[in-house]
Design a protein around this ligand. Structure first.
Ligand code: SF4
Length: 364
């Protein structure tokens, strides 16, 4: 992604419509943090933000066809990526002042971040629950160290169990490494170990029941995610997206599923498999949006704050840090960003604008 497109991301996105079932909240209430005690990070729809997603790098060692081109992307120059000290300072402000209680480390591929276990340790010391979203490459080597450093749980992306199909989908022949990574995470005591799969019509949508069966046999928690218009190529096609209804219909051919709903503001709706303790989750951002209960805020690897996965504007916290701003100024900028948050994505709507930044540079 060229620097021009990174800088052109700052356009206002609020569409002003209210989120069904939530009352508008006076914006100024969201920006008066009291030093010392976390003051909830609330947007104008009353949504309290407690879940921070931190992208540690935009680089990745896979080339998934629904995410980026075979040649990859022009990665962020190292100087533009937040240092460990900068990441820890921003997470400290988020936890100590803004009421963030869970931190999800993402990428690109976060396992590519040098010194990751030490960084996990420093973040875990701040008291939030720490989790990781990874493609699993290298997890077999690092799971124990990450667990010992304070990592709680892990989400591993796995769209197929076929080595040939995996190599075609990711342009890398690394399925065995992912399976070894999953087993190592489980053995290390990371829990739950979640498996995230993105069904694509005509690619892996004939394998959903196999993936669920695999997860149940190994004690992993399976989740299927509707594909979203966030690929770097801009090639997302709604026709190739497998909807939640279709996913459930396919699974229902093999499994007797009983709805158990959503736990809190989690994005996944869950179903229990009859006769087992196993549940399967479906994250249907497109056909069953869950923006009304959104509690997520995102920090990119280059220190930009995003109040929504589909935000088209960002706030430059890195510049504040590098300009010597104190924690009060950073906190105020963070609260102002959340105060501008729109009701939700408008995918399929007339005013939907694709974000300039792709998913690989935002993080899950
Ligand atoms: S699309 Fe945006 S508002 Fe909706 S759930 Fe995702 S991050 Fe939250």
């Amino acid at each position: 992604m060229s620097s021009a497109s990174r800088n052109s991301a700052s356009r206002n996105s609020a569409s002003g419509t209210t989120v069904p079932g939530t009352a508008a909240v006076e914006p100024d209430r969201a920006v008066t943090g009291r030093p010392g005690a976390p003051h909830p990070l609330v947007d104008r729809y009353g949504r309290v933000h407690t879940d921070l997603r931190v992208s540690l790098t935009d680089r990745c060692n896979l080339r998934c066809t629904y995410c980026m081109p075979a040649e990859g992307l022009d990665w962020l120059p190292r100087a533009e990526v937040l240092s460990d000290d900068e990441v820890v300072r921003l997470v400290r402000i988020a936890v100590r002042r803004l009421g963030i209680t869970s931190v999800r480390l993402t990428g690109g591929e976060p396992l590519l971040r040098r010194g990751l276990p030490a960084l996990v340790g420093r973040i875990a010391e701040l008291g939030a629950e720490v989790s990781l979203t990874t493609n699993g490459i290298g997890l077999a080597r690092t799971a124990e160290a990450l667990r010992a450093a304070g990592l709680h749980r892990v989400n591993v992306s796995l769209d197929t169990l076929s080595p040939e199909r995996y190599a075609a989908l990711t342009r890398r022949d690394r399925l065995a490494d992912v399976l070894a990574g999953l087993a190592a995470a489980h053995a290390a005591g990371l829990a739950p170990v979640k498996v995230n799969a993105v069904p694509v019509r005509g690619v892996n949508d004939d394998e959903l029941a196999e993936l669920l069966g695999f997860a149940v046999r190994h004690g992993y928690r399976m989740r299927f995610i509707e594909s979203m218009p966030l690929d770097a190529q801009g090639a997302w096609d709604r026709e190739r997206m497998v909807t939640a209804d279709e996913i459930l219909a396919r699974l229902g051919e093999r499994f007797d599923l009983h709805p158990v709903g959503r736990s809190g503001n989690a994005p996944a709706e869950e179903w229990r498999i009859a006769g087992t303790d196993a549940v399967v989750g479906v994250i249907a951002s497109v056909t069953r949006p869950f923006c009304g209960g959104c509690d997520r805020v995102r920090l990119t690897a280059d220190g930009q704050l995003r109040n929504c996965l589909f935000a088209t504007e960002e706030s430059d916290l890195r510049a504040l840090l590098r300009d010597g701003a104190d924690d009060d100024r950073v906190e105020a900028a963070w609260r102002a960003t959340i105060a501008r948050k729109g009701p939700g994505h408008a995918i399929g709507g007339a005013d939907f604008v694709r974000p300039a930044r792709p998913m690989s540079a935002i993080g899950g």
